[in-house]
Design a protein. Structure first.
Ligand SMILES: [Zn+2]
Length: 99
């Protein structure tokens, strides 16, 4: 049973609409160069990752662990104040980790 993007927007392994979880890396002050610019508003935004669609059936804990492991090897590790996990379907906060 392989789960793919159902909305048709994403050709990738994750999708901003269909992915089950969203991870937000809230950066410390002074790291605007690591943020991305919202093309509509021109504002700096914290980096966001979405969970991998084919891993959706895994537990919250194991998905969090995998994403935190990837985060720990990313350029964001020294620049992040905390990490928040959201349920990407109902937009509620699940967990928050100080870094
Ligand atoms: Zn989708």
């Amino acid at each position: 049973m392989s789960k793919r993007c159902k909305c048709g927007i994403s050709k990738s392994v994750f999708c901003s609409t269909c992915s089950r979880f969203k991870m937000v890396m809230n950066l410390k002050n002074g790291y605007d160069h690591l943020k991305f610019v919202n093309p509509n508003t021109g504002q700096f935004c914290n980096p966001v990752w979405f969970s991998i669609l084919t891993k959706d059936h895994h537990s919250v804990k194991s998905i969090e662990t995998a994403m935190l492991r990837r985060f720990s090897k990313s350029q964001y590790i020294g620049a992040t104040r905390n990490v928040q996990f959201y349920d990407n379907q109902n937009k509620t906060l699940i967990n928050e980790y100080p870094i």
